[in-house]
Design a protein around this ligand. Sequence first.
Ligand SMILES: NC(=O)c1ccc[n+]([C@@H]2O[C@H](COP(=O)([O-])OP(=O)(O)OC[C@H]3O[C@@H](n4cnc5c(N)ncnc54)[C@H](O)[C@@H]3O)[C@@H](O)[C@H]2O)c1
Length: 254
Amino acid sequence: MALTAYDLTGRTAFVTGAAGGIGRAAAVLLAEAGATVHCADRDAEGLDGTAALIGERAGTARVHVLDVTDRARLAEAVRSCERLDVLAAIAGIMHSSPVLETRDEDLDRVLDVNFKGVLYACQEAARLMLARRTRGSIVTMASGAVDTGGAGLLCYGAAKAAVVQLTRTLATEVGPRGIRVNAVAPGWIRTPMTERHDREAQAHTEAVMTRMTPLGRVGEPDDVAHAVLYLASDASRFTTGQILRPNGGVAMPW
Ligand SMILES: NC(=O)c1ccc[n+]([C@@H]2O[C@H](COP(=O)([O-])OP(=O)(O)OC[C@H]3O[C@@H](n4cnc5c(N)ncnc54)[C@H](O)[C@@H]3O)[C@@H](O)[C@H]2O)c1
């Protein structure tokens, strides 16, 4: 396949969670592929860092300091894009609690950010793409947690499973208008989300994950960013409603 299929020159991407980790790596890579990138996050300082990286390496970035659970603010930011070819809805939070100790407020917070925040972004992006007749690509962020149960993963896994359902449903609904919708479900990726304050605990977790992973290492944000670029670009032009798993081959049997 010609590498031009990955070229996003002249296209506009909107990336949530762009202040760090996987979102930052994706925003930078999409910019390097030629896109004008709108970077959204609640972390203003992190966003400035991402915009600076894009400025150094690639070109143009716009920043939007917002909380993805604020539907009105998110809608305003998405609509500020003159056109929109790519949405990467990456913002998310981790939460772990046993089922019997899970409080309503835990469940509400995780569903608000990890599911509703993705839903709002998808709705606004798809509306804009439909209005401008853009054959766009929407990429959502699920997790390996959707493939298995896991101690403590009730809230997080439920929200990510809902993201997969949203992805497949929206793909079916907007596919006839030329818009593709796919999910990325990463394995263990080294980011601020998975960083432990205790160095020993960090080393232990990474050693366990490495042993469980056929490719013999934990993931890096760039590993996931390349999956996002593939789904965002014409390289994946006949792919929709799918889950792509950059996870080193791990089956996540915890
Ligand atoms: N790191 C992993 O191992 C891993 C594995 C599977 C899936 N994921 C998913 O990938 C995505 C990115 O995770 P990461 O590891 O880069 O985490 P991260 O904590 O490094 O980055 C998450 C980003 O989302 C932003 N964010 C959180 N809540 C927000 C809100 N309400 N409004 C706006 N921005 C908000 C944060 O400020 C941060 O910049 C998440 O959806 C996460 O669930 C991560």
